[in-house]
Ligand binder design. Structure first.
Ligand SMILES: [Cu+2]
Length: 249
């Protein structure tokens, strides 16, 4: 009698632990990314010329629109998980400031998260992202077609004049000026229901390191200028960082 009840307890235990494992423990986490924008260490303020670049020009920011794509998670065992999502961010549209990735990622330890600012050539095909983005972000076909990586716009003041700048980035003459960033995450353990992190853009860094950007020298439009596009790409390497919210996991 005692043996029988022990046997029953074991069966019940096995049944429940199997059941629990299948329904509650998926061993995959959903991923949510928030997009933050700062200027140096402060939250970005729009439409006010409260910023000064390295060459002494005061400037404002009115438009920040760009793509983040190919978000990829790199595990300590060498395996990688690339998201198919191509995400468009418009700082004035709150709906675009958060993204839940289509695919979940497996539990485990991760060494880095990489992503592309803009679109690699393979993803950057005219008409591939749908009509609304075609109208908003299309890159002129005579310049190679596809989409802008980014539209960053504002006004600057200097030498007694005020003017606008369209700091527009994209591919030119078959050359890809997108930026792939691989950010170490210090053996990040993914073990909970969801992983949340922020991709933060420091606007000020587009205009410095290695090249101090002079709005007057480059002019209001830079789309057809390969030197400008190469300079934007080099300056952009330290623009983005990944941060984790305190309530993570
Ligand atoms: Cu443009």
């Amino acid at each position: 009698m005692i043996r029988q009840s022990h046997f029953l307890v074991i069966i019940i235990f096995v049944f429940f632990s199997t059941c629990t494992k299948n329904s509650v423990d998926p061993e995959e986490a959903k991923v949510t990314i928030s997009f933050d924008h700062i200027n140096n260490s402060s939250p970005l303020v729009l439409d006010q010329a409260v910023y000064t670049n390295a060459v002494g020009q005061e400037y404002s920011i009115k438009t920040v629109k760009y793509f983040i794509s190919r978000v990829t998670f790199h595990k300590t065992d060498g395996s990688t998980y690339e998201s198919p999502d191509i995400h468009f961010i418009d700082i004035r549209d709150a709906n675009t400031l958060h993204l839940e990735l289509t695919n979940k990622i497996p539990y485990g330890n991760y060494t880095s998260i990489s992503f592309v600012y803009g679109l690699v050539a393979e993803d950057n095909i005219t008409g591939s992202l749908g009509i609304s983005l075609d109208r908003l972000m299309e890159w002129p076909v005579p310049m190679g077609g596809g989409y802008h990586y980014m539209k960053l716009e504002g006004n600057y003041t200097g030498s007694n004049e005020s003017d606008f700048f369209n700091f527009h980035a994209g591919p030119l003459a078959e050359k890809d000026y997108s930026i792939t960033l691989d950010v170490p995450v210090n053996d990040l353990l993914v073990a909970g229901e969801s992983l949340k992190f922020n991709i933060e853009m420091n606007i000020a860094n587009w205009f410095q390191n290695p090249t101090n950007w002079d709005f007057k020298y480059w002019g209001s439009g830079i789309m057809g200028n390969p030197d400008a596009q190469a300079t934007v790409q080099k300056n952009g390497v330290d623009v983005f960082s990944i941060t984790f919210p305190l309530e993570n996991n």
